[in-house]
Design a protein around this ligand. Sequence first.
Ligand code: NAP
Ligand code: MG
Length: 398
Amino acid sequence: MKTPLVEMDGDEMTRILWKMIKDELLLPFIDLKTEYYDLGLKHRNETDDKVTTESAQAAKKYGVAVKCATITPNAERVAEYKLKEMWKSPNGTIRAILDGTVFRTPIVVKGIEPCVRNWERPITLARHAYGDVYKNTEIRVNKPGKAELLFTAKDGTQTRELIHEFTGPGILQGIHNTEASIRSFAKSCFNYALDTRQDLWFGTKDTISKKYDHCFKDIFQAVFEAECREAFEKAGITYFYTLIDDAVARVMKSKGGFIWACKNYDGDVMSDMISSAFGSLAMMTSVLVSPDGVYEYEAAHGTVQRHYYKYLAGEETSTNSVATIFAWTGALRKRGELDKLPSLCEFADKLEKATIGTIESGRMTKDLALISSLQNVTVLNSEEFIREIRSTLEASLS
Ligand code: NAP
Ligand code: MG
């Protein structure tokens, strides 16, 4: 390796898996270079959460990061870890600094078939993570009256629109978005489509929302025409815009193998639909891509707290490490591409193949055994599973 990966360590069971993956699957095979940041809750607390900001800045500097799942503190965690404060979600902090879009992709293996029979390839979901109903203002109306939308510009001029004349009780909601955020979202989506050579789909309700949703449609089209059309043609991929309801219908009938960009709410709802239909959250990878091309890879699941407490009690665990392994391979492959190190990309490919091969040969963790259609499945514990992947990998390398 030439440039180090920014390594963001995390919490609980995924922290245990993190070390096992490094010891068994990475360090024996590659000259791993990382710049290490400990985002474990204890260390975040000791550093007043500065370590999270520093790790995001390092990601900006080097371009590629790999992150372990981390605890987002709530009241219980404040007591459990004797925290000075209820620190913010590390993912939220990192996303705010990198200003990116999160892409989630299921890892498809034989024996775990998607509920939708015609899905042959993974569907990657890209969710816009700013504004709309997630940053709304609401009023509950309890008497008759006039509701208006009012914008007062810096220069004092006002724009006013009637929302509704209430004759009785009702409800009101104000939402917004910014052109800058929508443009970043569009750029991240187009770049990621080019990067992974997949078509990009996008849908909104622009026929009903003629200004709000239409603005999303127009910005995507403008970015595409100005910066991406040629590159898309060269790569042999397409950008496809349709109404959100038409998109949903087509997704269900598709074979998969594309990126589906969604507005914030659509993405929230549809990502749960996609991940559960493909099988398991433990088989879902996640990458944050910033508009200027910084990549942060992680698993989509959390720290698997329940398994960690069993582990602490000395009991056996069978925690699935696939999504965390794929976070590492995603980051290593990207580093390899940027630094022109084909052997590093090849190693990432081989480790992914070994992981999938191990599962397809019937050796897997309990969560997968429960949903696998394979006969003769062997349920392995957390360590055994990683060691089996190692032996598959060694066989493929020799
Ligand atoms: P979780 O860690 O995703 O686990 C929820 C349940 O899903 C587990 O109890 C387990 O079910 C199953 N599961 C998830 N990942 C698995 C894996 N790799 N292998 C096997 N089973 C798996 O969610 P959580 O328990 O709600 O959250 C725990 C902590 O994670 C919280 O503190 C939360 O803040 C944090 N979190 C972090 C991130 C992130 O860093 N990106 C994302 C989400 C949550 P069974 O117990 O039935 O086996
Ligand atoms: Mg959701």
